[in-house]
Ligand binder design. Structure first.
Ligand SMILES: NC(=O)c1ccc[n+]([C@@H]2O[C@H](COP(=O)([O-])OP(=O)(O)OC[C@H]3O[C@@H](n4cnc5c(N)ncnc54)[C@H](O)[C@@H]3O)[C@@H](O)[C@H]2O)c1
Length: 486
């Protein structure tokens, strides 16, 4: 049965939570008194729909239903999980928890608070044990981290249930063992922010120069190895002890102002806002969000290929959903499977400004590769000496794709047996075919160099799809050969 999440507060963060739950198949009810809330969440949803599916190598679950409630009581009714994301004011959060717990005292309530400790959130609550911090990062629909912070009054079993729900929607719950103001990640960000404010105030660097110092260097390292693993590598063969001996003394040098905070005068605010306008004012915030999301999808995909860091979380998320597809708890619909989401990149374009011919085959292989992973013929399977080889392809061009277009690759199994898989791929833009690619794939023993029957584990996943697709109308173009009259 589809589960329900209640999102209380639908701003930047609440909207991101709503998108993450919805795109992972949950129904979502939002309460936010802001009359603009529905429009704002609609924009977050558009960004999320354009980016999150590109991280998945298996079909997305069917999107849940989004509704807006007139009261907190209505929003939380029947909810399996509640996420509070109202403005960062403790007395407001207390009021919200009191209203929630009047009708749902035993439902999990995660708070997005960036700064408050769970014991502060729980003060005077009807049931403090159900309230904890689940602190996400913007954009919530793409970044996996959620810091989960209990207090001694929290119910450990409830915290484990919450972590499981977060994993289910593709997040990485980091259990913060001891509560502390601003948890773990924001304490770093605060230190970095303080140093940046000093550098601007003292006229050492502009906002742009500081951003270049981060994104051209250590920011790239942090995104994949974090702080300690990066420094371990920097210590060379002598490792971490050597690194600490070398750089430890710097902490005594006047490198850092750490605990001093520059005074937040109007002058400093104007200086920073002015520099930021000069740096980025030619983009709207929505444009910057889309640029950010595209870059994050690129990073995350590359980490996923390497099964590293946040990429590991993405693989685990696919594996969970794959089980949901194949353990019988979810029927495979009698419809082509949407397997891949792509965007036409600058390097995909020919001299006419259209997607170049070879990229259609690439788009087809992105689609068929995702399907092969779906049925278990993944990279580990290839490493074991078996694979599916394409024996024949037929492409029909039916439309044009241009720079920036978002494409979906759908796949229909026309027929399959132990050795063969006959598939029909459609590369679509806004639901309309731009190209279709019909292929025959053979299951091959790579050492022996010949086609052999696929093992049961693969056939157990492939055949249910073939059976479901037997009920789908055969595409008109299937079986066509080049030069055939229409
Ligand atoms: N912005 C970030 O980067 C970020 C990151 C992580 C966590 N957080 C935390 O998330 C929470 C929300 O922050 P935000 O950035 O989304 O702020 P925001 O201002 O974008 O959104 C807050 C929303 O709460 C709504 N609201 C106010 N009173 C309400 C009430 N009584 N009931 C329901 N909704 C109400 C407001 O209308 C608004 O839409 C804060 O606790 C913040 O610390 C923010």
């Amino acid at each position: 049965m589809t589960r329900k999440a209640a999102i209380i507060g639908g701003g930047v963060i609440g909207g991101g939570w709503a998108a993450r739950f919805l795109l992972n198949g949950w129904n979502v009810s939002v309460f936010d008194p802001d009359p603009e809330a529905a429009r704002k969440i609609g924009e977050v949803m558009a960004n999320a729909r354009a980016s999150l599916p590109a991280l998945s190598d298996i079909p997305m679950l069917e999107e849940g239903v989004l509704s807006f409630a007139d009261t907190i009581t209505e929003a939380v009714e029947g909810a399996d999980y509640i996420q509070e994301s109202v403005s960062e004011r403790l007395e407001l959060k207390h009021r919200v928890f009191a209203q929630i717990q009047q009708s749902c005292p035993d439902t999990l309530i995660g708070s997005s608070t960036s700064g408050f400790k769970p014991s502060e959130l729980q003060q005077n609550a009807a049931n403090p044990a159900m309230i904890f911090v689940a602190h996400p990062f913007n954009p919530v629909y793409l970044l996996p981290l959620a810091e989960v912070v209990p207090s001694p009054a929290s119910d450990p079993a409830a915290i484990e249930r919450a972590k499981e729900i977060l994993r289910e929607i593709g997040m990485f719950p980091l259990h913060v063992r001891k509560e502390i103001d601003a948890h773990i990640a924001d304490r770093f960000l605060e230190a970095v922010w303080r140093e940046a404010l000093w550098l601007v105030k003292d006229g050492i660097a502009t906002t742009e120069e500081i951003d270049e110092a981060i994104r051209m260097g250590f920011g790239l390292r942090w995104g994949q190895m974090g702080l300690f693993e990066t420094y371990r590598v920097a210590g060379g063969e002598a490792g971490m002890k050597h690194f600490m001996a070398q750089f430890g003394p710097c902490l005594q040098w006047p490198w850092t102002k750490l605990t001093d905070v520059p005074e937040f005068t109007d002058e400093l605010v104007d200086l920073i806002a002015g520099q930021s306008d000069a740096q980025s004012g030619h983009h709207t915030i929505r444009e910057l969000e889309r640029i950010r999301d595209g870059n994050l999808v690129g990073f995350l995909r590359s980490l996923k290929d390497r099964n590293w860091g946040a990429g590991k979380v993405l693989r685990e998320h696919d594996a969970r959903r794959r089980v949901a597809f194949t353990d019988g708890s979810r029927e495979i619909a009698a419809a082509p499977l949407a397997m891949a989401q792509m965007q036409v990149l600058p390097s995909w374009i020919d001299y006419n400004g259209h997607m170049t011919e070879s990229r259609y085959l690439f788009a087809a292989s992105e689609t068929s590769d995702a399907f092969l992973r779906f049925i278990g013929a993944d990279m580990d399977y290839v490493a074991s000496g078996f694979s599916y080889y394409t024996a024949e392809s037929h492409i029909m061009h039916k439309g044009e794709a241009k720079l920036g277009d978002r494409l979906t690759g759908t796949l229909q199994v026309l027929s399959a047996d132990a050795k063969r898989m006959h598939i029909f791929i459609a590369i679509q833009k806004n639901g309309v075919d731009v190209a279709t690619i019909e292929q025959m794939l053979l299951h091959v023993d790579m050492t022996a160099g010949r086609a052999v029957a696929a093992p049961e584990a693969i056939l157990d996943r492939l055949m249910p799809v073939a059976a479901a697709h037997a009920g789908v109308a055969r595409p008109e173009a299937a079986g066509r050969f080049t030069g055939e009259r229409k």
